[in-house]
Design a protein around this ligand. Structure first.
Ligand code: GAL
Length: 678
């Protein structure tokens, strides 16, 4: 059914979706007419509308007034622009908090978060949920048959500002969640190791959220709270979705996931959320001042594609130029917006949308760039917006094409992410996203495509599986990984993996107990390094490493590199173990980027993994998307500052410029080509 809904959406839009968040309620009506004209000029096909519309359509409780959006949706329909219509529940109007202060969210330290910003609701609040669902019913009844309606946009960036609430209402809901998970309180006591520090509970009624405590709150309690908070927000999403399904069963639903690299990026278990959506949507805000911005963006995009097993996804928000919420907000230099948009398409995006259409005159985001800047249409940004709209429209066959499955999978798991970043660890400042990036970047730089998968995925089709810091793992996932290697796969696993079970309890039997046999070793002691310290690696692999080391005892593995300096000098640092028909590499430290690159090159050699295209010039990247009819589109992206010539394995033509086929293509600085065999 989801497939049919999406097929209809693709047919309706007919090309890569193009547009942005449209907030006409901030402007007088005559501006809307101008918006429609400019949208047509820019090739806009879809806009997200009404995201912060609640106070407009329900200015007083139960007094609905849809005049503004009635007119706006008609303007869009006349301009042939589809609506990704919001359920309008992302930010409650001030009257809700005035009448029901108990709907406001509370931080772990008891601070209440007041209205005046946005997203000021407690996800567990039945009052918020009731009002939200009633609003969605009104919106769905009003616009369910509107000709501009193409896609439902439920909420907005769930968990972006309030990933978890710690109020009494949330506490009661947490207890219900725990009752459902554990059945009886002794099972919870066991899972949470409450024999420690006199924490034994006599009843579920005594359990609280992990509020600010004199010292480290119980880690298993913190982990369950992260799971609970993700589930609570998902319940909010589902309550709205149920209304929409009843009223408009044919219209697909989505919600936009928050940027992966900013702190809230880890707050939702996206593998649990994604099956509830018809299509995954993502908001991506790479920092133009960050030299690694494109790599980080690519990792986010590959993750979005992995959430529904390789399906295309929608880039629902990005900045046309600068954002306003970093300490220093660099604009995107000329050409970067187009290049980064095409990068998203190369990694599987079926829509390229922005925040926002017209730059706000007032409010907290007036310095955030927009497709139509304060300066109007005679601006660099609008000219680039128009050009991008034209170029995206030139390759309509890409819509619905599927990015080619990669040979390399990188394992990601949200419970592990939450558990890995808990306090009271051997080395606390580490962030899983940085570890992921350290494993992903060398592959990206080598021109190798990667899929992001959960640890329980079918790994058999992959030549190489990379497992960064799978600190938390259950027996089933561990067995899945071991079976993959036994069957002939190549694995690269990094340190501090296989340490705890799903309740953050140590797997006894010598670290990393679930992987000892697979890796052919035992870790006797963790040996984090002082800040600023590094260790030298020697052997088949030489280089430097920092942050972490381990006292490794071999049980069948061969040494690839040893520590040459520090307390563990002479001991193994990187190992290789033949297991069944496959090979398992283990990395007991954090090699620097160039050492990681050489290590991954070696693992790739073992696994016979090639780049997407051979002989690509520096900073040129390629990804392939295939249509259901078997036509392959190779998208080439020049992230470099100079023009380059790229040799092609066979003659191809560039779908963006209607030229003759050729066995080489010239790419301008920040240039893009969409190549198809003739
Ligand atoms: C997103 C949000 C948008 C806008 C944008 C600015 O987090 O969904 O409404 O605030 O950031 O970058």
């Amino acid at each position: 059914m989801s497939d049919e809904r999406m097929e209809r959406l693709r047919e309706r839009i007919g090309r890569i979706g193009y547009g942005g968040d449209y907030n006409p309620e901030q402007w007088p009506e005559d501006v809307w007419t101008d918006d429609a004209r400019l949208m047509r000029a820019a090739g806009v096909s879809m806009v997200s509308v009404g995201i912060f519309g609640w106070a407009v359509v329900e200015p007083k409780p139960r007094a609905f007034d849809f005049t503004v959006f009635d007119k706006v949706l008609d303007v869009l329909a006349d301009a042939d622009v589809s609506a990704c219509l919001a359920t309008m529940t992302a930010s409650p109007p001030p009257w809700l908090a005035a009448r029901h202060p108990e709907t406001l969210p509370t931080r772990a330290d008891g601070t209440r978060l007041w209205p005046g910003g946005r997203q000021h609701y407690c996800p567990s609040s039945p009052i918020y949920r009731d009002h939200a669902v009633r609003l969605v019913e009104e919106v769905a009844n009003r616009y369910g048959d509107h000709p501009s309606l193409a896609l439902w946009h439920i909420g907005n960036e769930y968990g972006c500002h309030v990933a978890a609430c710690y109020c009494d209402v949330s506490a009661a809901s947490f207890r219900d969640w725990l009752r459902a998970r554990y059945g009886d309180v002794e099972t919870l006591n066991d899972a949470w190791s409450t024999a420690f520090w006199s924490q034994h509970y006599a009843s579920f009624d005594e359990v609280q959220p992990p509020r600010t405590a004199p010292t480290f709150p119980n880690p298993a309690q913190q982990l369950d709270y992260a799971r609970f908070s993700s589930d609570e927000l998902l319940d909010c999403f589902r309550a709205e979705k149920e209304v929409l399904r009843r009223r408009t069963p044919d219209v697909p639903v989505t919600t936009n996931f928050v940027p992966f690299f900013e702190p809230p990026g880890k707050s939702l278990d996206l593998f649990a959320w994604a099956p509830q959506l018809d299509v995954v949507s993502y908001d991506s805000y790479p920092n133009p001042h960050d030299p690694e911005a494109a790599v980080r963006a690519a990792l986010g995009y590959d993750t979005m594609r992995g959430l529904r097993d390789g399906e295309p996804w929608l880039l629902l928000e990005q900045a046309p130029s600068a954002v306003n919420w970093r300490p220093v907000n660099g604009p995107k230099p000329p050409g970067v917006m187009s290049l980064w948009s095409w990068q998203a398409v190369a990694h599987g995006a079926d829509a390229v949308m922005f925040f926002q259409w017209r730059q706000s005159r007032g409010g907290a985001e007036k310095f955030h760039s927009a497709m139509v800047p304060h300066g109007g249409e005679d601006t660099r940004v609008f000219r680039e917006v128009r050009e991008l709209g034209q170029s995206l429209a030139a390759a309509p066959a890409l819509v619905g094409s599927i990015p080619r499955r990669a040979d390399v999978a990188i394992v990601l798991d949200w419970s592990n992410w939450w558990a890995f970043e808990l306090d009271s660890h051997p080395c606390s400042p580490e962030r899983l996203i940085d570890v992921l990036h350290a494993h992903y970047a060398p592959l990206y730089d080598a021109g190798v495509a990667c899929d992001i998968v959960p640890p329980t995925a079918d790994l058999s089709a992959y030549r190489l599986v990379v497992v960064p810091n799978l600190y938390l793992v259950d027996q089933a996932a561990a067995a899945n990984i071991a079976a993959y290697v036994e069957g002939g796969g190549t694995l690269l696993m990094s340190c501090f993996s296989g340490i705890v079970d799903g309740s953050d309890r140590i797997h006894l039997g010598g670290y990393p107990a679930p992987f000892r046999q697979l890796l052919g070793l035992r870790v006797e002691e963790f040996w984090p390094l002082a800040e600023g310290d590094s260790v030298r690696l020697v052997g088949d692999l030489t280089g430097d490493a920092a942050t972490w080391s381990e006292d490794i005892r071999l049980e069948g593995a061969d040494v690839v590199a040893s520590f040459a300096t520090g307390e563990l000098a002479g001991g193994p640092a990187v190992t290789q173990h033949e297991f069944g028909r496959g090979t398992a590499y283990y990395v007991g430290t954090r090699p620097d980027p160039s050492t990681m690159r050489r290590l991954l090159d070696r693992a790739r050699l073992t696994a016979e993994v090639d780049p997407v295209l051979p002989e690509l010039p520096e900073q040129v990247y390629a990804r392939v998307r295939e249509t259901p009819g078997g036509v392959a589109y190779t998208i080439l992206l020049n992230h470099g500052p100079t023009e380059v010539s790229v040799p092609l394995p066979s003659p191809m033509r560039d779908a963006l410029i209607d030229g003759p086929p050729s066995d080489a293509v010239r790419l301008a600085p920040r240039g893009v080509a969409v190549l198809v065999a003739d």
